[in-house]
Structures are given as structure tokens and as C-alpha cells.
Design a protein. Structure first.
Length: 377
């Protein structure tokens, strides 16, 4: 098994002599899989066929649209097999590709044992955790929910069990503060695509030496809309993890009165280093109801958050202020953005400026006062 950091993986990728010789069958469906497919093609991999899920309704008009992987494959002139599940007829179609190796990235269905035997060297899968942690469909959201500080892009050999096969290689990844699951997934996809290109020569020749997974497995089922509900009565640290873990899907949400609103990337409001300012902040929060939205002074002049990605690119404060709400433990959760019902995500400061009354999140009734007076600690 080969282990990399982002830097050592970049060096290995730059030093690579190419993909090696061999026919590759690729299976995947969403954009993250299309990114990996395009990277393998640009690296010179011989992709002889692509397996993806059938066209699906997209957009408000629900127009049937090929998957991102299907579109990438068709643009490259690669034969596409579309199937929601793998039966004997699909397995026979896969067999005609005469592939040496199969590569799976988020295909969306299990490969039965007969299909696993089709490529001469079996199938490898790109997974978004350091196995055996977070086996299943949503490893990144569950890692953020658990407050993990590191994770990995992992390539392992597929076998009958769910994400149980031996590991060929991984690249470690540090999860930054105020980062959404979407950003982590994007970063891991880029690392995973590079990892696949670096491992591909040894995978095709059968000289890779995978290592059995070690440790206690944990599982990561897909999150539901109920999992993404933000209850302000919970502790602030828990709320920050849940908000960021459920962006972009299923989307962190709560209630403003009886209106559902979505929330952008969040972080904890830090206690000011100045004792007097810290005391004023504590007093202000003590006078604030759980779930109430308020403007607070920013404690880091250089800090900013992107409402959607959480990759520190656009400011969420104005004149040194940030928008936050009080959590159940008395701490403040800073919001980068808010998406009112029927509208797009906007900067939290802009949303707060347009409020006509004070807001208390979580489904409680709003008060009649206006949010013109800010709490400055």
C-alpha cells in the first residue's frame, strides 16, 4: 500500500511516466466521477467503456439529462453503458469490453459478484475516507458530523462486502475549520483523481500490494432532510458541525417563524482576547434568547467565509461585524450566508440588514422589535 500527503502525491504525479498499458473500464455517475474520468483520460489511460446510471430528470422542467460521466465519455468518444443495476445482460455487455481493470467512482449501485470478475484484475474503488472508517454512501458528511480533523482519499480493491477490500493507496487530507462537506468532497476528488493516475500502472500490471484494512469499522449512511435540521437549542459546537456537514446536500435548514430557510457555512464565534470585550460579549449573549439572530463584532480581522463552499473566499461581515445566532449552551454560531424560502443564498450581513423584525431561529415566533441595535462586545 502506498501512502501520500498532498505534496508527495503531487510530486509522484509529476514524476509519472504515464498510465501504463492496459484496458480500463470506468464506472461512475456524478460530477465528482466525471472529474476523475477526465483526469484519467488526460493522463493517457485507455478507457475502453464507461458504465453509468440512466438519464435522470434535471432542473425545474425535469428534462431527462445524461449523467456528468455519460457526457464526459460521449465527448471523448467512449462507448457508454447505462444501467440502474447490474444484471446478467449488463454483465455480458461489460464482458465485451475485455478490460484489464475496472475503476469505480460513485457509480451508485452495487456490483454483483459476476460483474466483479469481469475485468482481469478486478475493480478498484475511490472512497472518501480512511477506511475502515466511514464505510458507506456519505463518508464526508459523517466525518464532519463527528468533528474529524483529518480524512483521506482511498483506493481499495472491490470485493463482495461494502467497502471492505484491501487498500492499494491513500492520500491524507486535513479538514479546515468552517469548511463544508461540498468543499471537502471537491478537494478529495482532486486528490483521488491524482491518486488513481499514480496507482494505475501498478494496478494494471498487478504489482500493487494492497493492505487489509485495520481498525474498527464505522458506517456512513446517506443523510436525510431530517438530519439537516438545525435546532438552535443544541450546543454551538454540535450545530456548527451539523451545518457544515449537510452543505450542499441535503442542505442545512431551520425555521424562521413558519418559513423554512437554509444556512450557509458556519463557525463558532471566538471569545475576544481582551477581557473587557469578552465580558461584554458574555453579557450580550446572556440577554439573548436561544435561536435569536444578532450582529456581533468579528474577533478576527482577516477572517471570511464563503456561504456555500466554506473555502475562505468572500466576506461574511460588514465593518467588523458578523451575523450569528445564540445556541442552547449560550455560545454564538456565526453564519456566512442565509437562503430565505424561494430565494438564493445571500451573504448573512445583507440578509440581516434587510430584516424588518428581530429573528429567532428554530420555529419560535419572532418578536416585534427591529434589529437596528447591535451587540458590540
Amino acid at each position: 500500500m502506498q501512502q501520500f500527503t498532498a505534496d508527495s502525491l503531487a510530486a509522484a504525479s509529476a514524476a509519472s511516466d504515464g498510465p501504463g498499458r492496459g484496458r480500463v473500464l470506468f464506472a461512475g455517475t456524478p460530477e465528482i466521477a466525471a472529474t476523475c474520468l477526465r483526469r484519467l483520460l488526460s493522463h493517457g489511460a485507455d478507457i475502453v467503456a464507461v458504465l453509468t446510471r440512466p438519464d435522470a430528470p434535471v432542473g425545474r422542467r425535469r428534462r431527462l439529462t445524461p449523467s456528468p460521466v455519460a457526457q464526459a465519455a460521449e465527448a471523448a468518444g467512449i462507448p457508454v453503458i447505462k444501467a440502474a443495476s447490474i444484471d446478467s445482460s449488463v454483465t455480458a455487455e461489460l464482458t465485451t469490453a475485455e478490460a484489464d481493470l475496472g475503476v469505480v467512482v460513485a457509480y451508485g449501485a452495487l456490483l454483483p459478484e459476476a460483474a466483479l470478475k469481469v475485468p482481469a484484475r478486478g475493480w478498484v474503488n475511490l472512497h472518501y475516507s480512511q477506511l475502515p472508517a466511514y464505510r458507506g454512501a456519505a463518508p464526508v458528511p459523517h466525518a464532519l458530523l463527528a468533528g474529524e480533523r483529518t480524512t483521506a482519499a482511498t483506493v481499495f480493491q472491490l470485493e463482495r462486502g461494502m467497502d471492505t477490500g484491501p487498500v492499494h493507496g491513500l492520500c491524507s487530507y486535513e479538514i479546515r475549520e468552517a469548511t463544508s462537506a461540498g468543499t471537502v468532497l471537491e478537494d478529495l476528488t482532486n486528490l483521488g483523481a491524482s491518486l488513481l493516475t499514480v496507482l494505475l500502472p501498478s494496478l494494471l500490471t498487478g504489482t500493487s500490494t494492497p493492505q487489509a484494512q485495520r481498525g474498527t469499522p464505522s458506517f456512513a449512511p446517506k443523510l436525510t432532510r431530517e438530519d439537516a435540521f438545525i435546532d438552535p437549542s443544541r450546543p454551538a459546537a454540535e450545530l456548527v458541525k451539523r451545518i457544515n456537514a449537510t452543505i450542499p446536500e441535503p442542505g442545512a435548514w431551520t425555521l424562521n417563524g413558519d418559513q423554512r430557510i437554509k444556512l450557509g457555512v458556519a463557525r463558532l464565534h471566538r471569545t475576544p482576547s481582551d477581557p473587557d470585550a469578552a465580558q461584554r460579549l458574555e453579557a450580550a449573549l446572556a440577554e439573548t434568547a436561544t435561536g435569536q439572530v444578532l450582529s456581533l463584532p468579528s474577533t478576527e480581522d482577516s477572517e471570511s467565509m464563503s456561504p456555500l463552499a466554506g473555502n475562505h473566499t468572500s466576506a461574511s461581515r460588514e465593518a467588523g461585524s458578523v451575523i450569528a445566532f445564540r445556541a442552547g449552551d449560550g455560545e454564538a454560531v456565526v453564519l456566512s450566508g442565509v437562503q430565505p424560502a424561494g430565494k438564493t443564498m445571500i451573504n448573512a450581513v445583507d440578509w440581516y440588514r434587510g430584516l424588518q423584525s428581530q429573528v429567532r431561529l428554530g420555529g419560535t415566533e419572532q418578536t416585534t422589535s427591529t434589529p437596528t441595535e447591535e451587540h458590540h462586545a
